[in-house]
Ligand binder design. Structure first.
Ligand SMILES: [Zn+2]
Length: 133
């Protein structure tokens, strides 16, 4: 499931959704906050344009909500259920977790969003080479 050809590979590692060869992001380190969401314009292997239409990634906000909820479950269980912490302490644990994982959530939601619309094509790189020559 975590190899080329599966959508999960592209979603988790930020690879081009069509060829799974290149990183979609200019900078791989997602905690460089100035460049966390900066995408390359095109894939250098298959020439997929990442911004499929203007404001394309605005729709990823819909996806980031359930991903954010999923990120709040573990701190809730650990602090409130296992450690019997108060609701206020649990709230701070959840808030801290969300702040720390914000770049991860933002990238995951973008990766998931573009993978809704673009499918893997194992011949995409060859098709692009043929088109160029
Ligand atoms: Zn590509």
């Amino acid at each position: 499931m975590l190899k080329k050809g599966y959508k999960l590979y592209s979603i988790l590692f930020g690879k081009c959704p069509r060829c799974h060869q290149e990183n979609m992001y200019e900078v791989k380190n997602l905690y460089k906050l100035k460049t966390t969401l900066k995408l390359n314009n095109n894939c250098s292997s298959c020439n997929l344009k990442y911004h499929l239409e203007p404001s394309f990634f605005t729709g990823s906000m819909y996806v980031s909500y359930p991903i954010g909820i999923a990120f709040t479950v573990p701190p809730f269980i650990i602090s409130h259920v296992l450690c019997k912490a108060s609701l206020l302490t649990t709230f701070f644990a959840i808030t801290a977790t969300l702040i720390i994982s914000l770049p991860i959530i933002a990238r995951l939601s973008r990766n998931l969003w573009i993978n809704f619309f673009v499918n893997y094509d194992k011949d995409a790189v060859e098709k692009n080479k043929n088109k160029l020559s």
